[in-house]
Design a protein around this ligand. Structure first.
Ligand SMILES: [Zn+2]
Length: 95
């Protein structure tokens, strides 16, 4: 079952083949009048879960990423737990 985007509640989440990025199907970029470069005009949810390696020393599995997106927790080797805040685009320890 597709996972609904936690930000727009409209798009579904897709994962990149080349990285651990998870992004919304509603993402659209367009060059608006007067702008020099493309800007996000739809939903802009795009998050790299691969940064867990450098930030927390853990490599997340696809199942881990799903758990985090669903609001669940992942146990870290140091005994803490990892959570994800989609609104802030942030993974952090829960305590
Ligand atoms: Zn979205």
């Amino acid at each position: 079952m597709p996972t609904l985007c936690p930000i727009c509640q409209k798009g579904t989440l897709r994962s990149s083949k080349y990285s651990q990025n998870v992004y919304c199907s509603e993402i659209e970029y367009d060059v608006l009048p007067g702008a020099d470069y493309p800007q996000s005009v739809g939903c802009d949810f795009d998050f790299d879960f691969g940064r867990s390696k450098s930030e927390f020393g853990v490599e997340l599995t696809t199942a881990d990423v799903k758990t985090l997106i669903g609001g669940g927790e992942i146990a870290l080797p140091d005994g803490d737990t990892l959570i994800f805040d989609p609104a802030k685009r942030l993974m952090r320890k829960s305590n």
